[in-house]
Design a protein around this ligand. Sequence first.
Ligand code: ZN
Length: 142
Amino acid sequence: MRVEESRELTARLEKAAIYLLKLDRYRKPDDLARRFGLPLPVVRYWWRNVEDQNKKPIADSELSPKQAKAIRKANQVLESWEKVKRYRPACGAKLANGRKCKHSVVIRQPEGWSMGALAERCRMHGGMARRVIRKKDEPEEE
Ligand SMILES: [Zn+2]
């Protein structure tokens, strides 16, 4: 998965997580992280970077239809993370025999999530690298 796509996906997760935390649908970042199988340090980091950490809890009965919908949507986005984890895209690195590597790309360590949750490559092909490594002659699109 390209860095840009991975970053977009990660930004969507972050936005949804912060929305739910702000409305106090989850009391603590850790509660949310556990519920959706996200790395604890990542969700804590997202929440730490929120400027206004005052929560605005709203009772279910007082939710506007728009808010209820936004909450459902945010839950769906975060639930999709389980699926993303399970069905990661293939690495696609060129092998010596001319084929492409079919192993799943790596889920980055928490400290690497600023580059996107999913790496571009599998474990064998540099997916664990801390920095983005891209050869100039490598085609951008697969
Ligand atoms: Zn590979």
